[in-house]
Design a protein. Structure first.
Length: 137
């Protein structure tokens, strides 16, 4: 599933960026900001992975249902992020604005980063043989 491969690349990049982001915010404003950034990054990566699994599974088994699956993935992700965000805000465990800004920024950075390098991963699969031919050559 191409969607899962894309998210795997995004997760690797997010995991590589996480220590830097958390460390910078920790130094700037203390452990609460660092923890809030870590939570925001984890939520972003989890949301991207959930959407990829839903869309990838539907694309593989019922491609005609991709539009509804995309809407379900979006709604489910939004609902789960909202529920987790409200619970964390009520528990006073995180600084909500820091978590929210990190969550949004992580989504934007990771998706744009993937989009900017997507041409490196383009493959053409022959439907009849199942063989892939790299289009970059």
């Amino acid at each position: 599933m191409i969607e899962v491969a894309m998210v795997n690349r995004m997760v690797k990049r997010g995991v590589a960026l996480a220590p830097v982001v958390v460390a910078v915010l920790w130094v700037v404003q203390g452990p609460r900001w660092g923890f809030s950034a870590a939570v925001g990054l984890a939520l972003a990566l989890g949301n991207l992975f959930l959407a990829a699994r839903i869309i990838g599974g539907v694309a593989q088994h019922s491609p005609q249902l991709l539009l509804p699956a995309g809407m379900v993935a979006f709604a489910l992700g939004l609902a789960s992020l909202t529920a987790v965000g409200v619970a964390l805000d009520r528990s006073d465990a995180v600084d909500f604005p820091v978590m929210g800004i990190t969550l949004i920024a992580a989504h934007l950075v990771l998706v744009l980063w993937e989009a900017s390098t997507a041409y490196k991963h383009v493959e053409d699969t022959d439907v009849l043989t199942g063989k892939t031919a790299d289009l970059r050559s």
